[in-house]
Ligand binder design. Sequence first.
Ligand code: ZN
Length: 298
Amino acid sequence: MSDYIVRATALDGKLRAFACITTELVRELSNRHGCLALASAALGRTATMGAMMGVMLKGNETVTLQVRGDGPLGKIIVTADADAKVRGYIENPLVELPPKEGGAYADVEKLDVGAGVGDGYLFVIKDLGMKEPYTGSVPLHNGEIAEDFVYYFAQSEQTPSALSLGVLVDKDQTVKAAGGFLIQLLPGVSDEDIDYLEQQLSSFPHITSLLVQGTTPEDILKRLLPGEINFLETYPVTFTCDCTRDRFARGLLSLGAAEIRSILEEDKGAELVCHFCNEKYNFGEAELEELLRMAENR
Ligand SMILES: [Zn+2]
């Protein structure tokens, strides 16, 4: 099953929901950054959230999620757009911690993401094409990512939400399954419907255990939601980085003539690496000399 998100409504539009499979996306992120299991889980959960928040946007809008905790994983940054094109970065991809004991989902996921992320803040930055981007932030709830975003939606967007984000990593460190769902209640939902939903959620299997069995995002929502579901749209989810050689050249140019000259003299070249996709851009002597001439004539 390739990665995709389905968007739906229920309860006459008073409930909106998203469910997705993001296995390929998380595998790609994990491979590009050389992540061990804990980093794959932390970055993958954040990227899955990013994909779902992306499709809430319109046109050229983008959303950037920053998880800034004081744990050993360091900061996590994910950017997504309205077409569910996602890229992401984690500061320390090689961190390992002892697994969590017990817990409701110990059989499928016991990576201690909360301890890896630590205490800190979650930032949501939406570039809506206005002069200034919208920035919302909340303290991290427990660093497990899903609960942190539930807290964010409640505090910053006043929207009660149920959220599951899962990344299942095999013993050999490969990503076996990833995905999530987000259910948001708009004003007017009855207590009866809320009770039903809470009951469904409390006994619901972990999302990755369903995904490895081949359960589709649509089926996940059918199992969870009360009443008739209106499936609105599906979106493919992809890893995409918009970095270009040209952008890195402009970055070099912006360093100014003196700095470019010292790079030329000391290193005879420059290798620049994109944080988000690990693509390497090499600039040789001739190119640096050209950039130096441009910088001098500015
Ligand atoms: Zn890139």
